[in-house]
Design a protein around this ligand. Sequence first.
Ligand code: NOJ
Length: 535
Amino acid sequence: MENKIPWYHKTSIYHIYPRSFKDSNGDGIGDLQGIIQKLDYIHDLGFESIWSSPFFASPQVDFGYDISDYKNTSPEFGTLDDALQLIEEVHQRGMRIIFDLVLNHTSDEHPWFKESRSSRDNSKADWYLWRDKPNNWNSMTGGNGWHYAKERRQYYWCSFLPFQPDLNWRDPEVKQTMFDIARFWLGKGVDGFRLDIFNTIYKDAEFRDNPFTFKLAPTPDDPSGYFQKMQYSQDQPESFELAKEFRQVCEEFGDKLTVGEITAKRNIVRRFAGDEKNDGLALAFDFEMLEFKFTAEFFRRLIGDIETHFHPPFMPVYVFSNLDKRRSIHRLGNDVRKAKLLHMLQLTMRGVPCMYYGEEIGMTNLKLPFNTALDPIPHKYKHLPRFIFDLLDVTVNRDEVRTPMQWDGTKNAGFSSAEKAWLPVHPNYMHVNVESESKDGKSLLNTIKTLMKFRSENPAILEGSFEFLEGLPTGVLGYARETDGQKLLALLNFAEKAQDVKLNFSEAVYRLTVRDEAQDGSAHLNGFGGLILSA
Ligand code: NOJ
């Protein structure tokens, strides 16, 4: 049978926050040459695709998610030539790279916005969303998202923070310009894009007020909160259409990976990937899993629901950490055994795994105060007592999950030769680092490496079907992955106690822990252990 699964549905994604990955020139800030220096590491880890957060020209108030020139780089990250070299070096290693495209908004320092705000009748007057009177819409970060510009005596709309004005995609010139920016980078060879807050790009044409809801705080799978349902400020019909149009723009350059950041319920996330066919975005993040609970029941429900929505030809993405939310191992009480099992699931599931830099070595949150945060968001909340956010278990200060990559046990964890890195290094770097974990056969890093290798060598995992195994003991999650000629069974024990499972299988082909074992007709799983059996 001809294999019809496109590369971007079989790939694996390693997410780099460039500011924190590797500093090549000693200024305390990670950069593009730093990424290039570490490409062999990522290749060796087994990831095919790299997603880098933005490094385009920007005043860096939201560290690159506020762009002032989409076709150039910010000097602290390097030059345009460095970006081109990065693409080339990635390709030389048989890997792929996707850039992070912020289509929804620009920086308020972007020349387009400067012109737009200067008067009501300049050539860019309609490039942003201007209103004489604000409506009731809240921004995604809380509080009214309309901001006054005295030059026009009008308000402009910001879905995120006040220095990130939203573009007006109903203006055909804006749309063409943004499509051409995508074409510019595709022409330079990038393999696709991660698309920032894609579902907020279109807003209601009539700017109707958003309705009331009792929901207090936004959640990763639903931005409604602060007593407001985001009915008219996101997920508009035109945005679903845009997913298809944008896909076509990308396909002018061949098979490209597009992955949307969509903060919405699963049925909506799915619609961004297409209706019947996967002709919208190639992939879309599903953020309920960022708030995973470490139980077999949670994952059984989650995966079951994901399989219902993202059945073939759609492909889900499995992501447990990112630049905005708590790191996965932090959620697991920093228990490495649990992290290994979580990633065993991530790397054997039907879906594209997306790993945030440092997740592979178990980098965890670094608790940092709000009032000295470099991230602008906590400054909105610093008057409130910190324990409220800790109780709600939300990351407000995103610096906490963006600390420098821990390469070794030397100064600044080998991230930078500067006196001081842009953010503090987590003090656990003396033992949580790439160098020491590489030497330890049982480390999280080596477990992930082995799993990545296993994944790449087994078609049942890369392109096989998925089915739950039934009748397992409480706390054990089991599933079969099958393709023509290969059937694998995965057993994952989310309980701390060892458990025995009766099953028909022929041999154990992967053991998560040293003692997990299989004998004819029964499998023994250690606490938090996992096995893959060949059926
Ligand atoms: C989502 C990104 O993940 C986040 O880091 C950024 O601040 C906002 N979009 C605004 O662009």
